[in-house]
Write a protein that binds this ligand. Sequence first.
Ligand SMILES: O=C(O)CCC(=O)C(=O)O
Length: 310
Amino acid sequence: MTFNGVLDIEWTDEQIRAYEEDGILIVNKLIEPDFADTLRERYAPIFAGKFETGTTPDHFPTKFAEGDDTPATRWMANPWRADHTLANFALHAGIGKQVATLSGWSGARLLQNNIHWKPPGAPELSMHQDSSYHQWCVPSDLCTCWVALTDTTADGGTLRFVRGSHKWPRLDMAEYRERIDALQQDFKRFLDPDDFDTFVTVSAEFAGEKPEIVEVEVPKGGGSFHHGWVWHGSDKNRSGRHRQSISNHCIRPETQFHPTEPANAWGRYRRFGTTEMDEAHFPILWRSDGYRTPGLDDYMRAGSGAALAA
Ligand SMILES: O=C(O)CCC(=O)C(=O)O
């Protein structure tokens, strides 16, 4: 049995239809507010480089001392490798089930877990499409569950979407490749862009569409789901409040490595002689037939996670 701070949600037909149509679904409560507080309390030490397990997260561009309020966006990928408490969100079967049942998949595998922290004054985060960075996955279908760990408002730099943009015609792969290369070389450009809307403007013109922006304004513990091709990002935090969030990018359980497309940083987890994904790095959180990567619950219950076990 694992910590039960994640809600067990049965989606209505209307919610599933809305997600298909808009590529987004906003929900006022996905996890318990107490659980949101517990997760948020881990942010100051982990961004200061204190790793409970001794393992470094996969991407950790900048360290910030505890108490440092510099108005810069803090981000890291796969902090679950470093922290048992954060693993209680990242590896939770309930998050996998929410994603899979909303997307119409047989289950959900974790591709990448992110944490973001935008202190007052933190800049915009470039609008982007998650799937564009993961063309090395076959299939490259993505769904992200994003949860606010503080109450969010439009002036507080919350997550924002372009409704229905997953259905827009897409730019060619060379454009995406250019963006990925730029991202690899310079995270700052992504976390503090000159114009965070550039890509959406270009993409909307190409599609002949007028972007309809939707801001995720929810109480802490609420959040959203978005399709991998939905344009999203966040505006500057113009409020006097900190804004923290956690998200899981998920893929279908049967996803494999593309045989030739470079997998960027994720290529280090590719095994020799096979395109299969290793569950130690891309665990299956939930599958409708009851399968779940063995050992996840033990990992969630270890260390600081023991305090969360029900
Ligand atoms: O929380 C944010 O500002 C951005 C989240 C996001 O884009 C993501 O996790 O993909």
